[in-house]
Design a protein around this ligand. Structure first.
Ligand code: EPU
Length: 306
């Protein structure tokens, strides 16, 4: 029995074929997945991971699709979406509020929970798209605040289906980096360590973080910031100085609001996106000598050089 037949025996028509991936990303670029599955609980994620690894089926795990640029060629193997791993629960211990969060929970739901209940610590994440799993993987954040600041522990699933829980200090964190995704582990859930405050204070902190985003394009199809900030500088500023705003390839355009965002104005292709990213990187290198590195993840069956 081939791997897909084994999965179909367990999950029936929930193993979907030939699924378009572009609508599952915030930039709206990408081809179709050969096979696609949304586990509805962590146990199912473990099963699919184990079967995939035992049988050599190519697996790719996919969260909110906010920090990725997908190849528009057919994607081989099985794409696993964390969309339905959306449970969370809250417990109190002394002054701590522990929120256990499954990897598919969108950050905006956690912001809404924080405001409703007066939980402080997560306000900085307002406006960051995507899910908890993706945020942990890339240690998402804003200036001076990252997801790692408020993590208590993270659970991952290895290729044998074994769950490991790591405390925050057992994980290597850095600016827009966590060691979690280097180890070929799937994030299943985490626990956030927040503080009880007042609704009013949390709401005004959320507002003030939101105001920091006024210079960013909002309501357009984008993958967030394309490049990481180099030490002590802003990639957006450097891209702006290098004359990148308004550069265009097909329907992919460097935002006039903030030069570290590329907007898909319609039917931008993977080639348009990659071409524009290369051009931006080259201009910054020529102008300032700085080699920008990517914050977004480029996902393709073939090796793509930027
Ligand atoms: N700037 C320009 N031109 C531009 C963009 C920015 O001159 O086109 C200047 C701004 O005027 C400001 C400086 O660059 O003086 C910094 O800009 P900004 O405050 O927008 O912050 P950033 O460093 O560009 C970072 C994060 C954003 C986060 C903001 C707000 C990275 C790569 N970017 O941007 O995160 O929203 O701070 O805190 O770390 C993301 O990660 O996807 C993201 C958008």
């Amino acid at each position: 029995m081939n791997p897909i037949e084994s999965l179909e025996r367990l999950f029936g028509s929930r193993i979907k074929k030939n699924v378009p991936l572009a609508p599952l990303t915030t930039i709206g670029v990408g081809g179709r997945a050969e096979f696609y599955f949304e586990p509805c609980c962590i146990r199912e994620l473990i099963i699919v991971r184990k079967i995939g690894c035992e049988t050599g089926l190519t697996l790719r795990i996919f969260g909110g699709g906010s920090n990725v640029i997908l190849d528009d060629n057919h994607m081989k193997g099985l794409v696993i979406s964390t969309h339905s791993l959306s449970g969370f629960n809250v417990s109190h211990e002394d002054h701590h509020i522990y929120v256990k969060v499954e990897s598919g929970v969108p950050l905006k739901r956690l912001i809404a929970l924080s405001v409703k209940e007066g939980f402080a610590g997560f306000e900085f994440a307002v406006g960051i798209p995507g899910t908890m799993g993706g945020a942990l993987c890339g240690n998402a954040g804003v200036k001076d605040h990252s997801v790692s600041d408020i993590v208590r522990w993270v659970e991952t699933i290895d290729s044998e289906g074994v769950i490991t829980r790591r405390n925050k200090n057992e994980i290597h964190w850095d600016y827009r980096y966590s060691g979690l995704c280097d180890q070929d582990c799937y994030i299943s859930q985490c626990c956030l360590d927040l503080v009880l405050s007042s609704r009013q204070d949390v709401r005004s902190a959320v507002k003030s973080f939101w105001q920091r985003r006024v210079h960013q394009p909002y309501g357009f199809k984008s993958a967030g910031c394309i490049f990481k900030n180099p030490d002590g500088d802003s990639a957006g500023r450097l891209l702006d100085l290098a004359g990148c705003k308004g550069l265009r390839k097909g329907d992919a355009v460097v935002s006039h609001f903030h030069a570290n965002f590329i907007i898909n104005y319609g039917e931008a292709s993977f080639e348009d996106m990659v071409g524009l990213i290369r051009e931006c990187k080259r201009r910054v290198k020529d102008f300032s000598g700085i080699d920008l590195s990517l914050e977004v993840k480029i996902i393709s069956d073939t090796q793509v050089e930027i």
